[in-house]
Design a protein around this ligand. Structure first.
Ligand code: ITT
Length: 202
């Protein structure tokens, strides 16, 4: 195995993923870079199901280790919304300015202690021999009162991490990867993969 193809079309995710997987000593390419452009219907009921749907769809097109990420923001006061529908919330093409403003509005008047939320990430893997693996992790936080920070992507400007006193959009990429749902789930996946095969070339 010398190449990982990551089944995502989200450039914000891809930036973080390259950094987190950088120490594997393997080429990490997006599905676009691997020459794959397919429309994948994410009709699973869980993050894990959707991650495996994406990973399997790309694995059917390429001989490589294929990984996929399915993630979302769960707001407790909204019964876990938008959850697995985070990318599709208010429409796939709606700007995050609007999505973030909408969530803040829905939490108007809600006190700090009831603004709890988490980012969740499941990573799915299809190994070149067809074996499948999943990992999952989360980061706990709160929905802020306004957008803060210019880093990250998506809901980062409204996801406030109390212990850090910052939103995830105010963290450097390195800082975010150390604590984030994606950073943790991908590191767990690296551990799983190492158990299966010595893919760590360093
Ligand atoms: P791919 O399916 O192509 O990977 P996607 O953006 O559609 O891209 P998901 O279906 O997994 O991916 O949706 C995840 C959504 O959850 C993402 O679009 C953001 O709205 C939100 N999200 C997940 N992780 C996030 C993070 O680290 N920061 C901000 N928002 C995040």
């Amino acid at each position: 195995m010398d190449r990982i193809v990551f089944a995502t079309g989200n450039q914000g995710k891809m930036r973080e993923i390259r950094e987190i997987l950088g120490d594997l000593g393997m080429e990490v390419c997006s599905m676009k870079e691997a020459g794959i452009s397919i429309d994948i219907e994410e009709n699973g009921q869980t993050y894990e199901e959707n991650a495996m749907i994406k990973a399997r769809a790309v694995a059917a097109q390429v001989q490589a280790l294929v990984l996929a990420d399915d993630s979302g923001l769960e707001v407790d006061y909204l019964g876990g919304e938008p959850g697995i529908y985070s990318a599709r919330y208010l429409g796939e093409d709606t700007s995050y300015r609007i999505k973030n403003a909408d969530l803040i509005k829905r939490l108007e008047g809600v006190p700090d202690e009831k603004r709890t939320a988490r980012f969740v990430c499941a990573i799915g893997a299809v190994l070149p021999d067809g074996r499948e693996l999943t990992t999952r992790a989360a980061i706990e936080g709160r929905i802020g009162y306004e957008e803060r920070g210019a880093g990250g992507f998506g809901y980062d400007p409204i996801f406030y991490v109390p212990e850090m006193g910052k939103s995830t959009a105010e963290l450097t990429e390195e800082e975010k990867n150390l604590v984030s749902h994606r950073g943790k789930a991908l590191r767990l996946m690296k551990e799983e993969l190492r158990k299966y095969e010595n893919i760590d070339r360093k």
